[in-house]
Write a protein that binds this ligand. Structure first.
Ligand SMILES: NC(=O)c1ccc[n+]([C@@H]2O[C@H](COP(=O)([O-])OP(=O)(O)OC[C@H]3O[C@@H](n4cnc5c(N)ncnc54)[C@H](OP(=O)(O)O)[C@@H]3O)[C@@H](O)[C@H]2O)c1
Length: 833
C-alpha cells in the first residue's frame, strides 16, 4: 500500500500448516494454502501470499510483515518470534528417515549391522522380523555370538570384493549358540529348548550378526551339559574349518606332522586340538612372543615366528630335511611358497586364506613333484553348496566334544554392544583364542528398521483402498496382492464394471488374496465404519490404508461454486476424516494419502482440487503430531491408468505405473511424512508462468542443476580446501583430518601420531589400511587404492597424495561416483517443502 502498486492479496491463517516439529495444524484452515497457490497462476497481478502465524504472534509483527514483505516471498510463517520462509527443494530419501520399532529382546530379532559399510566404528542395532523356520530348519535364539575372521572381512567390505561374479553383498554368516525356539517341518532329533551352537548363514538378510537365526537342523552342535553358551558360541566355524581341512581334505593320520600357521587364533587352536585328537604331531607358528609362549604352554614343542620366513629353515633343520606332512596355511605371499616347499612326500597343503586365491597368485609347480596336494577351503561356500558334507562334520565333532576329546577354545567375552572394539581387536590380530559377544537376555529398545527390512505388506494382514476401483486404486490393489496381502477391501461409490471385476478376480486367482468391494460413498457417515468392519471380518488385522478416493472437477477460482467445491472436497477431506474416526484404536503400519502435486505447486483451474489436497497434506501432519501413522504423496501425473493420462498429450512428463508403485513402496518403507513425486520439468513449467517463477518458493528447483544439497558435510571440508590455492595451506587443512582417521583406525590419540612417522611403525597393518582407505574414501568422495597406504607411507605423504587426487581447482566437483549430483529438476525425484 502507498507504493502505487496494486494491493497485494494476503491470506492470513493461524497454525494452518506444520512449520515446526511441535505444530499441530488447525485443519479448519488447512486447505487455503492450496487455493492460494492456484490463485498465484490465475491472478498473478494480486501477488497472492500466505502468512501463517502462531497464537503468540503479536499484531505488530503481522502488520510489519504485510506492509514490508517483498513480492518474492509468497509463503511466510511466524513461530515463536521466528520468521520462516517456505522453499521447495529436492529431497531424496535419506537413510536417516527410517522407521523405528520397539523390540523386546526376548521375542524379537535384533541384528547387528554396520551403518557405514567398511567402518568398524559404525555398528548399530536394527530391528528385523523373525522368520518361521522352513522344512528341515530350526530357529535359534542366539544368546552369544563369536567373531570370526570372515565377519571382520565382511564388515570391512573386503569379503564382498572376493569372488568372481558372485554376489556376496548380502550374506549374513556368523557363529552363535543359544536355545532352539522353533522347529520346522520334518525335523527330527531336535526340540524346542535344546541348547545348540551353529554357523548361521543367511543369504537374504544382510546383517553382521543377529539375535534370532535359522539353520539346517542337521548342521548343529548340541551343547554338552557343563559347557557354557559363550564357550559353545566359539566352536562351530573354528572346529568345522579344522574338521574339513584336517579330517576331510588332509585325512591326517596318527604320527603325521602338521604345521599350523597362526595357531593361537580360534581356527588355529581348533586345528591344534583336532590334530592332536587324531594322533598327529603339531608344529606351530604365531605372530608374537606372547602368543608363542601361550602355544608352548599348551605343550606344543616347536613354535616359530609367523612374521618371518625363518620357520622354513627351522622346520627343515629339525626334521633333517624331511619337512611336514600337512601345512594348514593362513600366511600370504612368500610365506605361502615357503610352506609349500616344506611338504614331505605326499604332503597336503591346505589353504585357509582367501587373498592369494582371489588375487589369482601364481604358484610354482615344482613343489608338486613330490605327489603333494593343494586344497582351498571356503567353509561358507561349503555351507551353501554342500551342507550334507558339513553335517557329517557336525556329527563327528559333536561326538568328540561330548566325549571330551576336543576341549573348548579360550574365549574373551564382551557384551554385544562392544562389537566395535571386538572387531578392531580381531582386525589387528591382537587376540588369542576367540572373541565372544554376549546378547542381552531381556529388556526393550526402540531401534531403527532399515527400509529393506520393513515388511510393507504383511501376509497376515488386510488393507483398505478408498477409490479402489479407480485407475490407481486397482493398480495399488494389484501391488498389495503381489506382495502377499491376505485381504484387500476396495471402495468406490459405483460397483465394479466388468473390466474391474475381471481385474479383481485375477488377484484372487493369481495371488490368493481375498478381495472385498464395498460400493458406498465414503463421505456418508457409516461407510467408513462398514469398510473397517469388512476388513476385520476377513479375519486379518487391518494394517494399511490407501486413501485414493477423489472426484476431480476443475474451474478457475472466479468460477468456483459451493457445489463444485463440495463435490471435490467430500471424497478427499470428509472421507479421510470419517475414515480417521472409524479407525480409532486400530494399530496400522501405515496410512498413505494420495494427494496431488497441484496442492504443492499449484495448477491453474484446480483451485478446489488443490485446496482439498492441501487439506490432506496438513491432515497427514496432524495425524503424525498425534503419533498416528500417516504418509502423503503429492503425485505428479501417472501414465496409462487413472485420471491423469490425458496430460501426456499436453506434453507433461508422466509417471510410469511400475515406477510409481515402486516409489510408493520405497516411501512406505521409510519414515517420511510428505513427499511430492513428480517428473515435472520445473524450469519448463515456470517458463509459462514468469511471475510465479520469480517467487523464492520455486527458485531452488528452477535452475538446471538445482537442489544439489546432498553431501553437505563432506563438502564443507572440500569447500575449505577450495578456498585457498596455496598447497601448504591445503596440506594444513587436510593433514589433521587424515591424522584423525588414522588415529581412529589405530585406536591411538591423535597426539601420539607424528605425521612423518611411517604408518607401519605406527602399527598399520593390511586390514587396518583397508579401514583407513574406506574412511578416507567416504570423507573425500574418492576411489582410493589400498596400495596408496604403502606407496605414501606417512600421514603427510598420504595427505599430499590425496590433494593431488582431489579436483580442487576444477570448475565443478564430481560426485563420489564420478557423476554430478543426480537430484535435478526434471528427473523423477521426490520434492518436499
Ligand atoms: N492419476 C493421477 O495422475 C493422479 C495424480 C495426482 C494425484 N492423484 C490422486 O490419486 C488418487 C487416485 O487417482 P485416480 O487417477 O485413480 O482417480 P480415479 O480413477 O478418478 O479414481 C478415483 C476413485 O475414487 C472413487 N470415489 C470418488 N468419490 C468417492 C466417494 N465419495 N466415496 C468412495 N469412492 C469415491 C471413484 O469411484 P466412484 O466415482 O465410483 O465413486 C474412483 O474409483 C486420487 O486421490 C487423485 O487425486 C492421481
Amino acid at each position: 500500500a502507498g507504493t502505487g502498486a496494486a494491493p497485494r492479496l494476503w491470506t492470513v491463517t493461524r497454525t494452518a500448516q506444520r512449520v515446526t516439529a511441535e505444530d499441530r495444524p488447525d485443519l479448519g484452515q488447512a486447505g487455503l494454502r492450496g487455493l492460494v497457490r492456484v490463485l498465484s497462476y490465475e491472478h498473478p497481478e494480486l501477488r497472492p501470499a500466505v502468512l501463517d502465524i502462531d497464537p503468540r504472534t503479536p499484531l505488530a509483527d503481522v502488520a510489519a510483515e504485510l506492509s514490508s514483505c517483498s513480492d518474492e516471498q509468497d509463503e511466510v510463517a511466524h513461530r515463536d518470534g521466528t520468521r520462516h520462509l517456505a522453499r521447495l527443494r529436492n529431497a531424496p530419501l535419506d537413510e536417516g528417515e527410517h522407521r523405528t520399532r520397539t523390540v523386546d529382546r526376548v521375542r524379537d530379532r535384533v541384528a547387528l549391522h554396520l551403518a557405514r559399510p567398511g567402518d568398524l566404528d559404525s555398528f548399530e542395532f536394527v530391528a528385523q522380523s523373525r522368520r518361521r523356520p522352513g522344512p528341515g530348519e530350526v530357529e535359534v535364539r542366539v544368546d552369544a555370538t563369536s567373531v570370526n575372521f570372515i565377519n571382520v572381512l565382511q564388515a570391512m567390505g573386503v569379503y564382498q570384493r572376493f569372488g568372481v561374479g558372485e554376489n556376496r553383498e548380502d550374506i549374513s554368516a556368523f557363529d552363535g549358540a543359544g536355545v532352539v525356539t522353533a522347529v520346522g517341518e520334518g525335523v527330527q532329533g531336535v526340540r524346542e529348548g535344546d541348547r545348540v551352537a551353529a554357523m548361521f548363514v543367511d543369504g537374504t538378510r544382510s546383517a553382521v550378526m543377529a539375535s534370532f537365526a535359522e539353520v539346517r537342523a542337521d548342521c548343529l552342535l548340541p551343547v554338552p551339559d557343563g559347557t557354557s553358551i559363550e564357550d559353545a558360541a566359539a566352536l562351530p566355524c573354528a572346529y568345522l574349518t579344522a574338521w574339513y581341512s584336517l579330517r576331510h581334505l588332509a585325512r591326517i593320520r596318527p604320527g603325521e606332522k602338521v604345521l599350523i600357521h597362526s595357531a593361537s587364533g580360534g581356527t588355529g587352536l581348533a586345528a591344534l586340538h583336532l590334530a592332536r585328537a587324531c594322533g598327529a604331531e603339531v608344529w606351530a607358528t604365531a605372530g608374537s612372543e606372547d602368543k608363542r609362549a601361550f602355544l608352548r604352554g599348551l605343550g606344543v614343542e616347536h613354535v616359530m615366528d609367523s612374521r618371518t620366513l625363518d620357520f622354513a629353515d627351522q622346520v627343515r633343520e629339525l626334521t633333517r630335511g624331511r619337512g611336514v606332512d600337512v601345512v594348514l596355511n593362513s600366511l600370504t605371499g612368500p610365506a605361502q611358497s615357503a610352506g609349500l616347499e616344506l611338504l614331505a612326500h605326499r604332503g597336503r597343503f591346505i589353504e585357509l586364506g582367501k587373498r592369494d586365491i582371489y588375487a589369482n597368485t601364481r604358484l610354482g609347480l615344482l613343489a608338486f613333484r613330490q605327489n603333494v596336494t593343494f586344497a582351498g577351503v571356503d567353509v561358507l561356500m561349503m555351507m551353501r553348496q554342500d551342507p550334507e558334507l558339513l553335517a557329517e562334520g557336525y556329527r563327528d565333532l559333536a561326538g568328540m566334544l561330548a566325549g571330551g576329546t576336543l576341549p573348548p577354545l579360550p574365549v574373551t567375552v564382551r557384551p554385544v554392544g562392544e562389537a566395535s572394539a571386538a572387531f578392531h581387536t580381531m582386525a589387528s590380530a591382537r587376540h588369542t583364542g576367540k572373541l565372544v559377544l554376549r546378547w542381552p537376555a531381556e529388556g526393550t529398545d526402540t531401534l531403527p528398521v532399515r527400509p529393506q527390512d520393513v515388511p510393507v505388506v504383511r501376509p497376515d494382514a488386510s488393507y483398505l483402498v478408498t477409490g479402489g476401483l479407480g485407475g490407481l486404486g486397482l493398480l495399488v490393489a494389484r501391488w498389495l496382492a503381489e506382495r502377499g496381502a491376505a485381504a484387500v477391501v476396495l471402495t468406490s461409490r459405483s460397483a465394479p464394471d466388468p473390466a474391474a471385476r475381471a481385474a479383481l478376480d485375477a488377484l484372487t486367482a493369481d495371488f490368493g488374496t481375498r478381495v472385498e468391494v464395498v460400493s458406498a460413498d465414503l463421505a456418508v457417515p457409516g461407510t467408513a465404519d462398514a469398510l473397517v468392519r469388512t476388513a476385520e471380518a476377513t479375519g486379518h488385522a487391518l494394517r494399511g490404508v490407501v486413501h485414493a478416493a477423489a472426484v476431480v472437477e476443475d474451474a478457475t477460482v472466479a468460477n468456483l461454486t459451493p457445489g463444485l467445491v463440495e463435490k471435490v472436497w467430500r471424497p478427499k477431506a470428509t472421507g479421510a476424516w470419517l475414515l480417521h474416526l472409524a479407525l480409532d484404536g486400530r494399530e496400522l503400519d501405515w496410512w498413505v494419502t494420495f494427494s496431488s502435486a497441484a496442492s504443492l505447486l499449484g495448477n491453474p483451474g484446480q483451485g478446489a482440487y488443490a485446496a482439498a489436497n492441501a487439506w490432506l497434506d496438513e491432515f497427514t501432519s496432524w495425524r503424525r503430531a498425534q503419533g498416528l501413522p500417516a504418509t502423503c504423496v503429492n503425485w505428479g501425473p501417472w501414465a496409462e491408468v487413472g485420471r491423469g493420462t490425458g496430460m501426456a498429450e499436453r506434453g507433461y512428463a508422466m509417471i510410469a505405473p511400475a515406477e510409481g508403485v515402486a516409489a510408493l513402496e520405497r516411501l512406505l518403507a521409510h519414515d517420511r511424512d510428505r513427499t511430492a513425486y513428480t517428473p515435472l520439468d520445473m524450469a519448463r513449467w515456470l517458463e509459462s508462468y514468469p511471475e510465479t517463477a520469480r517467487t523464492a518458493f520455486f527458485t531452488a528447483l528452477a535452475g538446471p542443476a538445482a537442489g544439489a544439497e546432498t553431501g553437505g558435510a563432506r563438502n564443507a571440508l572440500l569447500d575449505s580446501l577450495r578456498e585457498t590455492d596455496c598447497p601448504q595451506r591445503r596440506q594444513d587443512i587436510l593433514q589433521p583430518q587424515v591424522v584423525e582417521h588414522l588415529a581412529a583406525v589405530l585406536r591411538l590419540g591423535t597426539d601420539r601420531i607424528d605425521a612423518d612417522t611411517s604408518l607401519v611403525s605406527l602399527g598399520l597393518d593390511s586390514l587396518m589400511a583397508i579401514v583407513l582407505r574406506n574412511r578416507l574414501q567416504r570423507e573425500l568422495g574418492l576411489e582410493i587404492p589400498t596400495m596408496v597406504m604403502w606407496t605414501h607411507p606417512t600421514a603427510s605423504a598420504l595427505t599430499r597424495y590425496l590433494l593431488t587426487r582431489l579436483d580442487l581447482d576444477g570448475e565443478q566437483e564430481a560426485g563420489p561416483d564420478g557423476e554430478q549430483d543426480g537430484t535435478r529438476t526434471g528427473e523423477r525425484t521426490p520434492v518436499t517443502t
